[in-house]
Design a protein around this ligand. Structure first.
Ligand SMILES: Nc1ncnc2c1ncn2[C@@H]1O[C@H](COP(=O)(O)OP(=O)(O)OP(=O)(O)O)[C@@H](O)[C@H]1O
Length: 235
């Protein structure tokens, strides 16, 4: 489970995340939606221990990320880029991540199979397409068999086949009882992927609920999204 409460994050004295609170539950895919600059990445960076909050808490499995003894075994994260050194092979990258987190080497082949990179595992990361890089990042996130997955814009730049694949993988992980939180601005895809939605704008949560609750009364999630943003705009 992910629990964020009264979270505020400032950059240069300006609050880019203000009093944000929501919960992402096990067995469900939660979509974290908002326009560019809304504060999605800033929230996720605090959640993943990369930044400190100015106020509030962000907990994974009941504790702050930095308190986790084996973070990768509790939470797998996919941030921008594959995170791999470009001159390494995909397999070498995953072996290094496994070794530095006390994860058995046998998991490397397992996750390479899960993400469909087994045939490309001996190729250098610099030869990978964007979709392959994303698969490698997801493989690294899955290495520790974590109960929680956090993905920042995992669908960005992917072709329809890649989007379909990520969607299936995330739905399967949720069906196994894991907690999945993904940020995105690809609304049509989030509508078919997420069970629950949290919509953020200008650093504040503007609505949250099940996908059907948030879209109720609108033709699409996109319509619901813009209606919400219009409501927030000062007249
Ligand atoms: N390190 C930083 N220093 C100064 N300002 C920052 C920093 N990181 C983020 N910001 C600002 O905080 C605001 C929120 O940015 P953030 O990246 O969290 O938004 P986002 O919702 O993830 O947007 P995007 O979809 O464009 O990535 C933006 O105005 C951004 O310019």
């Amino acid at each position: 489970m992910i629990e964020i409460a009264h979270l505020t994050k400032k950059h240069g004295g300006r609050a880019v995340v203000r009093d944000v609170g929501f919960t992402a539950l096990p067995g469900r895919v939660t979509g974290f939606l908002g326009p560019n600059g809304a504060g999605k990445s800033s929230t996720l960076r605090v959640l993943l221990g990369l930044d400190s909050p100015d106020a509030g808490t962000a907990l994974v499995a009941g504790v702050r990320y930095r308190e986790l003894r084996h973070p990768l075994r509790t939470v797998g994260a996919v941030l921008e880029g594959s995170g791999a050194h470009r001159s390494r092979t995909g397999r070498a990258h995953l072996s290094w991540v496994a070794r530095s987190n006390g994860i058995p080497r046998s998991r490397v082949d397992e996750v390479l199979d899960v993400v469909g990179l087994a045939d490309a595992a001996r190729k250098r990361v610099r030869t990978y397409s964007l979709g392959m890089g994303r698969r490698l990042a997801i493989a690294a996130a899955l290495l520790g068999d974590p109960a929680v997955l956090v993905l920042d814009e995992p669908l960005n730049g992917l072709d329809p086949e890649g989007i379909r694949w990520v969607r299936g993988l995330l739905r399967d992980r949720a069906a196994e009882g894991r907690t999945v939180l993904l940020s995105s601005h690809v609304m049509a895809e989030v509508a078919v992927t997420a069970d629950d939605l949290v919509v953020i704008n200008a650093g504040q949560v503007v609505t949250r609920g099940t996908t059907s609750e948030v879209t109720a009364g609108h033709a699409s999630l996109e319509d619901a999204f813009f209606a919400l943003l219009d409501r927030e705009r000062p007249c």
